[in-house]
Design a protein around this ligand. Structure first.
Ligand SMILES: C[S@@+](CC[C@H](N)C(=O)[O-])C[C@H]1O[C@@H](n2cnc3c(N)ncnc32)[C@H](O)[C@@H]1O
Length: 715
């Protein structure tokens, strides 16, 4: 059905500086964390903090759905102020093979597979080439300025402070024209107090008549206020309904999985359909949206206090199944992915995650410090009518764009390479890797170059960054970005990452920003909701495992300044993250996980659905849209140490011992994949290739491979 998914969403909340408690918080802790950190970072009043807590701790999402639906409809017809360049990259075929399929073993000839592979990876949708390399002063901007004048609000004032101030002291003190977006709460349901600004009279008036430039802001505020009031009423209603359940104090995480409930007053009014009834309902074309909303609300409520609220004779898993099925239809996911993502969180938080995927993340840009300083860039953009602010203390190069009267991907500053349009989450792996001037760095899967160019800037155009990507079409935009941003220490190449370190090795630092499913960026690319299957996750996880071993083997353990690898994905699934990292730890005893140095992010899982990972996985970091208001992301940092040589081992076994890196001691670094597991994948690929060529495919000798995490989940 996916009706929810079709709703237009409100604008994103500002990125907050988030500091979290270590460890995976309970629901109660989670509420508190949001209150203490996220909300206070936004300087919102205490009342809102309380509401934030209530919402996180309680099964309030159906209210959210309703509240946000109202907010969403309010926004319909409103143009998005910022033209975000979140266009999906193209995957044009080239002589070498098509799109992402270059990243796959034995699939080059398979037309269907290429098509399939295009939807399999999520490719970061960052910057694209525009091709200007001249001087800003050469550009005639007058025409553009005139065109924009009507749209432009009062210019943002910028207190530049002293020119001598350090960039990391955030010299850009922006006294901005109050942006409505900036006022928006981080949480998804706007409440009365979120909207109140002492301007209620203005909000109430002028509701009829045509929208003009003069009244548009007041009209918009009035709509905000109305949505907020409705949401507040919903929240109150829900809180009353929950009062009975509260005394019991069960939180979602602690609730007994299979205990049957006594059935409370509320649950009597709601009758959970049986599996048969659910099937019947599907056959009839599915329930209406109100039924789904109500059922989701009820299921979350019951699961939050199962003992007390569950209907007699009904198991917890029945409620869970109903909820997953409703999530899938309401938000437009296939059942498999809805369940996979649902399992990552406690019940109420899962709904927050799905809700957050319906809302665009803030538009952010990264200052290219090779060309300008953040304060200068901010001032230049403000002069053009861009409303922006520094993202947060954790980055001294990021700016969040709230609204703009000019296309942010086509300003003269953009064309001159003064900034990169880049998701805030994409800064994280580079900050974690922290490449130093003069070093040799490999970016193993680098197109279109958001992170490569960030690294080049941190290295102040010294040393060398090998920017590799298997996809030749994407390498073109990588090269273009490298030129536009003025990176002079970058060598672009196009190999399958699994050919490293044979191609070249001995790097001080390696970044593997791996091809992934993109479950962290669903708000940008909703096709992920329906185009990923169990098999896709199995194939991706396998490729990621192969790539990570090659990335490890490409690091020089005796590097004087580094010896680090950062592994990252824009996916939130365990198969693509902890399972890959844990595999690398098992296969390469000479590596250890170290702190990422990132100030926020939740610790990675040390166990998940019956599978236990190394305790050190807690050093890795997870980022979520509903928690951090940025794309879902994962970052792990490894230190690579020298390997003890196994007696009698041949030196040439090492993948990268030939050529320029023959001096690097790779020990027993031959890529040692899990042969038995590999065999299954190779066989599966051969079958596909034969099928694509119209050949008769022999029967399987073994069952088709299953994803590591999925197998675990079943355990
Ligand atoms: C998440 S994107 C990288 C985004 C990039 N790091 C950035 O910041 O702009 C993953 C990239 O991996 C590339 N890729 C896929 N399979 C690969 C392989 N086997 N070897 C190297 N690169 C591969 C894809 O073409 C894609 O550009």
């Amino acid at each position: 059905m996916g009706r929810r998914a079709k709703n237009k969403q409100g604008d994103p909340s500002p990125l907050a500086e988030v500091k979290e408690n270590a460890g995976r918080p309970s629901q109660k802790k989670l509420g508190k964390r949001k209150a203490d950190d996220v909300d206070s970072a936004n300087k919102r009043p205490a009342k809102k903090v309380k509401e934030g807590e209530a919402r996180t701790d309680k099964p309030s999402k159906p209210t959210a759905a309703k509240g946000r639906a109202t907010t969403a409809s309010k926004n319909e017809g409103k143009a998005r102020p910022v033209k975000s360049k979140s266009k999906k990259p193209s995957f044009e075929d080239d002589a070498e093979g098509a799109g992402c399929s270059e990243g796959w073993e034995d699939v080059e000839d398979d037309g269907d597979l290429q098509q399939h592979a295009k939807t399999l990876f999520h490719e970061d949708d960052e910057d694209e080439f525009v091709g200007f390399e001249g001087d800003l002063n050469d550009l005639d901007l007058d025409g553009a300025d005139e065109d924009d004048d009507l749209l432009r609000g009062p210019a943002q004032e910028l207190d530049l402070g002293s020119d001598d101030e350090e960039e990391d002291e955030l010299p850009v003190k922006l006294k901005s024209k109050k942006s409505k977006q900036a006022d928006r709460p981080l949480k998804i349901i706007p409440t009365m107090s979120d909207a109140s600004s002492g301007e209620s009279d203005e909000e109430e008036e002028d509701e009829d008549g045509p929208i003009t430039m003069k009244n548009i802001e007041a009209r918009s505020r009035a709509l905000d206020a109305r949505a907020a009031r409705e949401a507040e009423l919903d929240l109150e209603e829900l809180q009353q309904a929950e009062l009975a359940g509260e005394e019991d104090g069960d939180d979602f995480a602690d609730a007994d999985m299979d205990e049957e409930g006594e059935g409370g007053e509320d649950s009597e009014a709601f009758v959970l359909p049986t599996a048969e009834e659910r099937e019947e309902e599907k056959k009839r074309g599915g329930p209406d949206v109100h039924t789904v909303q109500r059922r989701m609300r009820e299921c979350v409520r019951v699961l939050g206090n199962f003992k007390k609220l569950a209907a007699k004779g009904r198991s917890r898993s029945e409620y869970v199944q109903q909820l997953i099925s409703d999530i899938a239809s309401y938000y437009g996911y296939n059942d498999f992915l809805a369940e996979k993502l649902f399992q990552l969180f406690p019940v109420a938080e899962a709904i927050e995650f799905f809700e957050a995927n319906e809302v665009p993340r803030p538009v952010t840009i990264r200052t290219n410090t090779l060309r300008t300083r953040r304060r200068d860039l901010a001032q230049a953009l403000i002069n053009r009518g861009v409303n922006l602010e520094p993202i947060g203390k954790w980055t001294n190069v990021g700016l969040q764009v709230f609204e703009s009267s000019v296309p942010i991907g086509a300003t003269p500053e953009y064309l001159a390479g003064h900034y990169m349009l880049q998701a805030a989450s994409s800064f994280l792996p580079v900050i974690a890797l922290s490449p130093q001037p003069g070093e040799r760095v490999l970016d193993m899967a680098s197109a279109p170059g958001g992170k490569t160019t960030h690294m080049a800037a941190l290295m102040q155009n010294t040393g060398v960054v090998f920017a590799n990507d298997a996809n030749k079409a994407r390498v073109k935009s990588l090269t273009a970005n490298v030129h536009r941003l003025g990176c002079k220490n970058v060598v672009v190449c196009s190999y399958d990452g699994r050919e490293f370190p044979k191609v070249i090795g001995g790097f001080d630092r390696v970044l593997l920003d791996a091809p992934c499913s993109g479950t962290g960026v669903i708000s940008k690319d909703a096709s992920v909701k329906t185009n990923k299957s169990e098999r896709d996750f199995a194939l991706l996880s396998h490729l990621q495992k192969q790539l990570i071993l090659c990335a490890i083997d490409s690091v020089a353990p005796d590097s004087k300044t580094g010896g680090y690898l950062v592994y990252s994905t824009c996916s939130v699934t365990v198969d693509e993250n902890e399972a890959v990292v844990d595999y690398a730890l098992r296969k390469r005893p000479n590596v250890k996980l170290v702190d990422t140095g990132l100030e926020f992010g939740r610790p990675g899982y040390t166990s998940y659905r019956g599978k236990t990972f190394s305790d050190k996985l807690s050093l890795t970091r997870r980022f979520y849209p509903h928690v951090h208001n940025m794309d879902g992301f994962y970052v792990a940092k490894f230190k690579v140490e020298k390997r003890a040589k196994v007696k009698g081992e041949k030196d040439e076994a090492a993948g990268g011992t030939k050529g320029v890196d023959a001096d690097v001691d790779m020990g027993d670094a031959s890529p040692a994949f899990d042969d038995a597991e590999d065999q299954q994948y190779i066989e599966e690929n051969n079958r596909k290739r034969m099928r694509a060529k119209g050949l008769r495919v022999p029967p399987r000798t073994k069952p088709a491979p299953v994803a590591a995490g999925t197998a675990t989940a079943a355990a």
